[in-house]
Design a protein around this ligand. Structure first.
Ligand code: PHE
Ligand code: NA
Length: 447
């Protein structure tokens, strides 16, 4: 590997990591999982999982990345434990698997973007149809699977691989700076509008007042879903955060940076819930069933909102465009891990590496573009098995195998120093480890 650069500024690192973290996981996946797992009961367990499991696990990935200054696979050998490279390989495999259906959902975003544009301009209407006069659920049902979905899955993957092949990620990073604030503003606006709908109250109840009995009764399914969601949305277990942290300087405080990333990312997801649930309930749609098996919840909601709002086509165009940027920046950071590994180790340059990986990922995702039930199946395997297994590997390595250097690494650049590092170690060994382990066991049982 050639000489490594480091982030020019702390803000540069945080923005890039937030750009990777904020994506379909927040806007599509979070309302989907919340609707599948009982609403507020899920929200509570998820927020606990973010704080008690996701945040400490993110620090573990940072420790590996900054400590080794290597890609996620070589990092483990660099730190002196070659066999543990298998953890890096598992992370890359998880990224590969997840990107295969992430891209299908990215294709749905392109479809809604085109349909919004078509509605406003009158172009392409015959080709992409319209969600403005078709019932939102029917439109989603018609576009989610089939030849069109495969084509747009291909387009999304081609853009992702193309950006990486051409090495023009910088452009995307610049766009990312505007993307997160735009998403927040758009969601806030939609959330305020949703609050005015009659019937919205039931949505807030569903989203915000947890039934503790329901958590107790269903915790073997809620826990793996919540932990999986925390990892998915925070970009953990896929090597991405290891990669980002490998470019970090020694004077950055890992806990401060991690904390900021976690808070910003969580805010965007929780905000999406404030849009989705009031609108679903105002329309009398069961969240668990929205858009077929629930995977269409956010699309159904947004489509019906834009269809009703004045200048809805323009709002839709802007919203889906920003969402597409968010999805692309995440997808790029997912594939980049694999591309940089391949180009470091084999005699292959960026373009063919990106094209080959992109094509394989596209093919793997085709079945999920044919049937939303298959997409849900892929998704469950990632949540229940791949993500917890992959994070567990990183965690065990960091808090047991390599613990001395891990603690030193965590202390660097941290004002709080020793006290924080000791608390983190204790917490990670007991609470985080147990949480991920149980999520994995229950997750495997769900499969
Ligand atoms: N965290 C991203 C999201 O919520 C997905 C992602 C995972 C992106 C891993 C990059 C790496 O959409
Ligand atoms: Na996210």
């Amino acid at each position: 590997m050639s000489e490594r650069e480091t982030w020019a500024t702390r803000a540069g690192f945080i923005l890039a990591a937030v750009g990777s973290a904020v994506g379909l996981g927040n806007i599509w996946q979070f309302p989907f999982q919340t609707g599948q797992n009982g609403g507020a009961a899920f929200l509570v367990v998820y927020l606990l999982a973010v704080v008690l499991i996701g945040f400490p696990a993110m620090l573990a990935e940072f420790v590996v990345g900054r400590g080794a200054e290597r890609n996620p696979i070589d990092a483990f050998s660099k730190l002196g434990h070659g066999n543990w490279a298998v953890v890096g390989v598992l992370g890359a495999a998880t990224a590969f698997w997840i990107l295969s259906f992430y891209s299908v959902v990215g294709g749905w975003v392109i479809r809604y973007l085109l349909a919004s544009l078509a509605e406003g301009t009158g172009l392409l209407t015959g080709l992409v149809g319209t969600y403005f006069t078709t019932a939102a659920g029917d439109y989603f049902g018609a576009i989610a699977s089939g030849p069109d979905a495969i084509l747009l899955h291909f387009v999304f993957m081609a853009i992702t691989a193309g950006v990486v092949a051409l090495g023009i990620n910088d452009g995307i990073e610049t766009a990312t700076k505007l993307m997160v604030p735009s998403i927040v503003v758009l969601l806030l606006g939609l959330g305020v509008w949703a609050a005015t709908l009659s019937g919205a109250g039931a949505g807030y109840g569903y989203y915000l007042s947890p039934d503790i009995g329901a958590i107790a009764a269903n915790w073997t399914s809620i826990l793996p879903a919540a932990v999986g969601q925390a990892f998915f949305t925070l970009s953990l277990g896929m090597g991405a955060m290891i990669t980002y942290a490998s470019y970090l300087g020694e004077d950055d405080s890992l806990p401060m940076d991690g904390g900021l990333i976690v808070v910003l990312n969580t805010l965007v997801g929780v905000l999406a819930g404030f849009v989705v649930f009031p609108i679903l309930f105002a329309q009398g749609i069961d969240p668990a069933e929205a858009g077929g098996g629930g995977s269409g919840a956010v699309f159904v909601v947004l489509a019906s909102a834009f269809a009703e709002l004045p200048l809805g086509w323009l709002l839709g165009t802007v919203f889906f465009f920003v969402l597409l940027l968010a999805a692309l920046s995440s997808a790029i950071s997912l594939i980049e891990v694999m591309v940089s590994y391949v180009t470091d180790h084999y005699d292959v340059s960026r373009a063919p590496a990106a094209a080959g990986l992109g094509l394989s990922i596209f093919l793997l995702g085709v079945p999920t573009a044919l049937d939303t039930a298959t997409l849900t199946l892929y998704n469950d395997l990632a949540y229940n098995v791949l993500l917890p297994l992959s994070v567990l590997g990183v965690l065990v390595f960091v808090v047991w195998v390599n613990v001395g250097s891990s603690l030193d690494e965590l202390r660097l650049g941290t004002a709080a120093g020793d006290g924080f590092a000791a608390a983190w170690l204790w917490h990670a060994r007991v609470v985080t480890f147990t949480g991920v382990f149980l999520a994995l066991v229950f997750g495997v049982m769900q499969q």
